[in-house]
Design a protein around this ligand. Sequence first.
Ligand SMILES: [Zn+2]
Length: 129
Amino acid sequence: MQDLELLSMAREALSNAYAPYSDYKVGAALLTSAGRVFRGVNVENASYGLTICAERAALFSAVATGYRHFSVLAVVSEEAQKPIPCGGCLQVLREFGKDLKVIVAGKEEEFLVFKLEELLPYPFISESV
Ligand SMILES: [Zn+2]
């Protein structure tokens, strides 16, 4: 699957984002190593701390379906600034490997590509996994 196709899938999900408090909508599309795509959106809550980011929503859906190996994550927003995943999401993604490719795009077509370990060079790692 091409980067642009995955970005397009993330952008499609964007309209389902639930962000009545921040009005900052984010969509994500996570490609498994097996070729399946899981989408996620940010889901805010009146109790702000319970809000979940689009990246983790996509990841948790994939894990709940039985997938644990991922190759590419696309994250998009409607803003000019590209939505770099937050530290919490990077740590949660790192649980499943360091080689994930992360693509981010704002409202413009141009996008940036990172490796997960570039964005989170010093993760917390448990010896038990
Ligand atoms: Zn996050």
